[in-house]
Design a protein around this ligand. Structure first.
Ligand SMILES: [Zn+2]
Ligand SMILES: [Zn+2]
Length: 310
């Protein structure tokens, strides 16, 4: 007879056999993304945009190097764990104003590069002006982006604001230890509560062969069994799709239960897959999935579409 394990016992098994989390590599998280964006830009119809985002990711790495985040209060982190809540919630956390200095750094770095196209330099200058003159407007935009309710007119500014927030959250998350984090709600980051941008089947070390969902904000990755919907947890009606003639390192995992999909990357097919970069560079797969009637449940932080990136 098959014995069904209650939820707590399953988690205990998970904890002992499979590394539950992959914590961000502070020294390389954004430079790895920059390198990947550069390499994907070559064959891409949106190569110019990927190159611009590569410059932004490089600026993020430099900003993170020089940034010591405010240490999360131990008591707050402990209480969050007791209540199974994310300790650094994307929605609701009081942000240190220092994150806006990070935004200024990113804008100056990208605008100051000879490689940056003129429209992007103008967009950086406009955002820098708003940052200097009306910081409250920037704070409101950040809150709207984190809540997934930003308006379409913010599309040019959104990737830069999200990039600064990523540096801020990733810096804080990297200061935490895995054991301080709760299990959290299904399908959401246990550290900040964001929905994942994509998932990656990792190779090497203790993570070998396991699939991790990737947080677009704090850069933590958390384990999820393979062939399971990352939105509704169904294990039935899961299918995998890919673009004819495209890379076999990326597929869309669809669920017939909730009619949604998320991309899944395979490191054994391409060692350098990177969730934010590969997701951004594979818009043809999103088009395919849309045509097949599946809904994308969460956006990419570096691409804000009209109507918000929910
Ligand atoms: Zn997170
Ligand atoms: Zn589902």
């Amino acid at each position: 007879m098959q014995r069904i394990l209650p939820r707590g016992e399953i988690e205990t098994l998970d904890h002992t056999r499979i590394p539950r989390l992959r914590m961000p590599e502070r020294v390389s998280v954004f430079s790895d993304r920059a390198a990947r964006l550069h390499s994907l830009a070559g064959d891409s119809p949106v190569g110019g945009y990927l190159t611009l985002m590569a410059q932004l990711a490089q600026a993020q790495q430099a900003a993170l190097k020089g940034y010591t985040p405010p240490a999360p209060e131990a008591a707050v982190v402990e209480r969050a764990k007791q209540h199974d809540m994310p300790p650094l919630p994307a929605i609701g956390l009081a942000r240190d104003p220092e994150w806006r200095a990070l935004l200024g750094q990113l804008l100056d770095e990208v605008a100051g590069s000879d490689d940056t196209p003129a429209p992007a330099v103008d967009a950086c200058a406009a955002l820098r002006k708003t940052l200097d003159e009306s910081p409250a407007v920037i704070e409101d935009m950040a809150s709207a982006l984190l809540a997934g309710v930003a308006k379409g007119e913010d599309a040019a500014a959104a990737p830069f604001i999200m990039a600064a927030l990523q540096v801020y959250w990733t810096g804080m998350a990297a200061a935490l230890e895995e054991k301080q984090l709760p299990v959290g709600s299904f399908g959401l980051c246990p550290c900040c509560g964001s929905a994942p941008v994509a998932s990656v089947v990792r190779i090497g070390g203790a993570h070998d062969g396991y699939r991790y969902l990737c947080c677009p904000l704090c850069s933590i990755e958390w384990h999820l069994e393979r062939v399971k919907c990352s939105h509704c947890a169904s294990t039935k009606g899961i299918a995998f799709h890919h673009v004819e003639g495209g890379s076999d390192a990326i597929k869309a995992e669809s669920c017939d239960g909730c009619k949604s999909y998320r991309k899944i990357l395979y490191q054994e097919k391409d060692l350098y897959v990177e969730p934010v970069a590969d997701d951004l560079a594979s818009l043809a797969l999103d088009v395919l999935m849309g045509e097949e009637g599946y809904v994308r449940r969460s956006g990419n932080p570096l691409l804000w579409q009209v109507g918000g990136g929910d």
